[in-house]
Design a binder for this molecule. Structure first.
Ligand SMILES: NC(=O)c1ccc[n+]([C@@H]2O[C@H](COP(=O)([O-])OP(=O)(O)OC[C@H]3O[C@@H](n4cnc5c(N)ncnc54)[C@H](O)[C@@H]3O)[C@@H](O)[C@H]2O)c1
Length: 359
């Protein structure tokens, strides 16, 4: 798989913040990871699919596997990993390498930040979604029942190695899921990136490492700039949650991939932006058409208990809710809406979907 010539340029993106420093190695070579980690005391957290595909390339270290997928993002699994670390001799000088997609990175990051009050850690990021988003920026987390990422920490990984050739083995739906988060970065902050992605879809879906690598790097620079300004998500960093308020609810209710849910969540948030009077309808339509052209537009119905699920999300602050809205494609902002507004919008949204159903 790695015998192929690899033309993607390597680029380092530094994220230096008050709560830690991280180096994102874009277009890095998986085979160099051994040079970046200590020679001993390494514990690799991965999932069974990634281990099967890439286990032969793992650097020396104790391997701890989890089941793949969102179901592993629980306190029970995190606790079990800690227990296995203890049993296999991990101490405060150990180094945890999360090797996988967003689920592995969220879990390994959490475990590294709590095991013995914190040990060094880094990631080899293996999905499009994690290279573009989940492994970057230092947010870790697990879910609590139906509520996403309720338990977590902020802790920067020492490095994140993104070898884009690993994306060639991703199932199509997972690749599409990652596209959702890629487009999100453009929609919140960079209109030119949005048009460039729209114009390059064929090449992006061919998974040419160099092409996709350039787009991932542009998106990660957007995220890095936001995280540097607000590492603990007190303000501007919230815009990175665009599409997540409704996206998290759809993800949990329908058990669909994160990025697929976020993509529909972005359209709902854009529709809310129009409803509130912030976004011209033409901009909403442009976004809708572009997402339809990527094959990424889905139309899951809002679950019956959407208001209660949304209002228990951690972005909720006593009786009102911070949502990320758009003024145009490329310009997101955070606005507080009341629960009454949320309920009215959900009614409006459901009715408008019913009206647009073919008779
Ligand atoms: N911490 C953050 O800032 C942040 C940001 C966005 C998303 N997330 C989280 O990321 C998670 C989603 O991440 P994800 O989409 O990477 O899911 P994932 O980690 O579950 O990976 C998706 C599937 O792809 C498999 N896989 C991984 N790498 C592969 C490869 N190279 N080839 C083939 N198969 C591979 C995995 O085994 C899994 O089955 C969600 O839990 C979401 O909440 C976190």
């Amino acid at each position: 798989m790695f015998g192929l010539l690899f033309f993607a340029t390597m680029e380092n993106i530094r994220i230096n913040t008050v709560n830690g420093r991280s180096l994102v190695i874009m277009g890095g070579d998986l085979k160099t990871v051994g040079d970046l980690i200590p020679g001993k005391g390494v514990f690799i957290i991965t999932d069974t699919i990634v281990k099967k595909l890439y286990g032969s390339t793992f650097p020396a270290g104790e391997v701890l596997e989890t089941e793949p997928g969102e179901k592993s993002k629980t306190l029970t699994v995190a606790g079990d990993l800690c227990r296995r670390l203890l049993e296999t001799g991990a101490d405060r000088s150990s180094f945890i390498l999360g090797f996988g997609g967003g689920v592995v990175c969220d879990l390994a990051g959490l475990v590294a930040s709590v095991y013995m009050r914190g040990v060094r850690h880094a990631f080899v990021s293996t999905t499009l979604l994690s290279q573009v988003d989940a492994s970057i920026g230092g947010k870790t987390g697990v879910n609590l029942g139906d509520y996403k990422n309720i338990i977590g920490t902020f802790r920067q990984p020492e490095f994140v190695l993104c070898d884009h050739r690993m994306l060639s083995t991703l199932p199509a739906e997972e690749y599409r899921s990652g596209m959702g988060e890629l487009i999100k970065h453009a929609v919140i902050r960079d209109r030119n990136l949005f048009f460039d992605i729209a114009a390059s879809l064929d090449r992006i879906f061919e998974r040419d490492p160099s092409t996709i690598g350039d787009f991932i790097a542009r998106a990660v620079k957007i995220k890095a700039a936001v995280v540097r300004r607000d590492p603990l998500e007190k303000g501007i960093r919230r815009i990175l949650n665009f599409g997540h308020t409704f996206g998290h609810v759809l993800e949990t209710y329908y058990r669909i991939p994160h990025g697929v849910a976020v993509t529909q969540g972005m359209l709902i948030a854009a529709e809310l932006s129009v409803w509130i009077g912030e976004l011209p309808h033409a901009e909403f339509r442009m976004l809708e058409v572009a997402l339809a052209e990527t094959g990424m537009k889905s139309d899951y119905e809002l679950p019956p208990n959407v208001v209660s699920l949304v209002s228990k999300d951690k972005k909720n602050i006593s009786g009102s809710l911070n949502v990320v809205l758009l003024r145009s494609v490329g310009r997101a902002f955070v606005r507080n809406i009341s629960l009454t507004e949320l309920i009215s919008f959900v009614e409006y949204y459901r009715e408008s979907k019913m009206r647009s159903q073919p008779v």
